[in-house]
Design a protein around this ligand. Structure first.
Ligand SMILES: Nc1ncnc2c1ncn2[C@@H]1O[C@H](COP(=O)(O)OP(=O)(O)O)[C@@H](O)[C@H]1O
Ligand SMILES: [Mg+2]
Length: 146
């Protein structure tokens, strides 16, 4: 169950709840949406991604793509490309790996650390998900443009 803050952010009190929120978000996706996940290390971005993938029936759990810049999942209801900008040195590195082609595709793009490079890579219609630590087991998730 998700409580809601007065500022509209959702209060998520366990890892399982974060995955469940991802599943709810997945149900709203129709193809081609770009989701930008923002928040510090350990804020829960990868757990939320895992829930979205589960909700889409995308099979295997999302491995953190920290060591490869993109993981593609094609076995679910919609194709997904999961990015992590954390290890990219520059926006050019993303452009060099075909970012524009991903943007123009029907894939759902799930982007951890989407605010890197001042968010310059992210399109105008990005759905932003801003995650914050509240305490050891609680995170808040604010949705914008969703
Ligand atoms: N409510 C919660 N939601 C998500 N993760 C939580 C929560 N409470 C504690 N955690 C812990 O926080 C960490 C989140 O990790 P992860 O999802 O990889 O974050 P990120 O991708 O933002 O770095 C994990 O160690 C997880 O066990
Ligand atoms: Mg992560």
């Amino acid at each position: 169950m998700h409580k809601i803050f007065s500022n509209g952010a959702i209060f998520v009190t366990s890892e399982a709840d974060m995955v469940a929120l991802g599943q709810r978000i997945a149900a709203t996706l129709q193809g081609g949406e770009v989701l930008g996940l923002v928040g510090d290390l350990g804020a829960g971005k990868t757990h939320l991604v895992q829930g979205i993938l589960e909700g889409l029936g995308a099979g295997e759990p999302a491995a953190s793509p920290t060591f490869s810049l993109v993981h593609e999942h094609t076995d679910g209801r919609l194709p997904v490309a999961h990015f992590d900008f954390y290890r990219m040195k520059s926006a050019d590195e993303a452009l060099g790996m075909g970012w524009d082609e991903y943007l123009g595709s029907d894939s759902i793009l799930l982007v951890e650390w989407a605010d890197r490079f001042d968010g310059a890579l992210m399109p105008q219609d990005t759905r932003w998900l801003v995650l914050r630590h509240v305490d050891a087991t609680t995170r808040s998730v604010a949705l914008a443009g969703c």
